[in-house]
Design a protein around this ligand. Structure first.
Ligand code: AMP
Ligand code: ZN
Length: 139
């Protein structure tokens, strides 16, 4: 099997597991950004969120909250980034849907999204998005 996360699900590859239910599993990231950095994955091969059946998403939610609470309790963190890289240009490397749990603390050397320059939205973008919002209203 090609996919490394499917191999973890199928117990063909080791991982430091934290939480498991019938449809999702969490384990420590092999190259952590901070202490306790973990991943939550569904036991279903989907490239991304849109390919994931809803019941797996629900199980992911349970695994995500249980894992975060475990990290809080055991490692003492209270702050986290929950992150999903969706697509190559967003930095996705493993194409088996997963959420990162990145524990954060003061002066940990990692950025937040507020540490970068902001852009100004064009009128065209705002208009396009407003039209989309209207479309949703009528469906
Ligand atoms: P991304 O697709 O951008 O979310 O990145 C994939 C993440 O999976 C990276 O943070 C890797 O360190 C992590 N990763 C890759 N292989 C393994 C593995 N065998 N066990 C645990 N984490 C892994
Ligand atoms: Zn997979």
């Amino acid at each position: 099997m090609e996919c490394i996360f499917c191999r973890i699900v199928n117990q063909e590859m080791d991982a430091t597991k934290i939480y498991e239910n019938d449809k999702a599993i969490s384990f420590l990231d092999i190259a952590p950004l901070s202490n306790g950095h973990s991943l939550v994955i569904p036991k279903y091969h989907a490239n991304n969120l849109f390919d994931l059946p809803q019941d797996y998403w629900m199980a992911m939610y349970t695994a995500l909250t249980a894992t975060t609470k475990a990290i809080e309790k055991v490692l003492g963190f209270t702050d986290f980034n929950f992150m999903n890289n969706h697509g190559k240009n967003a930095g996705q490397v493993v194409f088996h849907y997963h959420m990162h749990i990145i524990p954060r603390e003061q002066n940990d050397g990692l950025n937040t999204i507020h540490d970068r320059h902001k852009i100004t939205l064009s009128k065209e973008t705002i208009t396009k998005m407003q039209k989309t919002a209207l479309l949703f209203k009528h469906t």
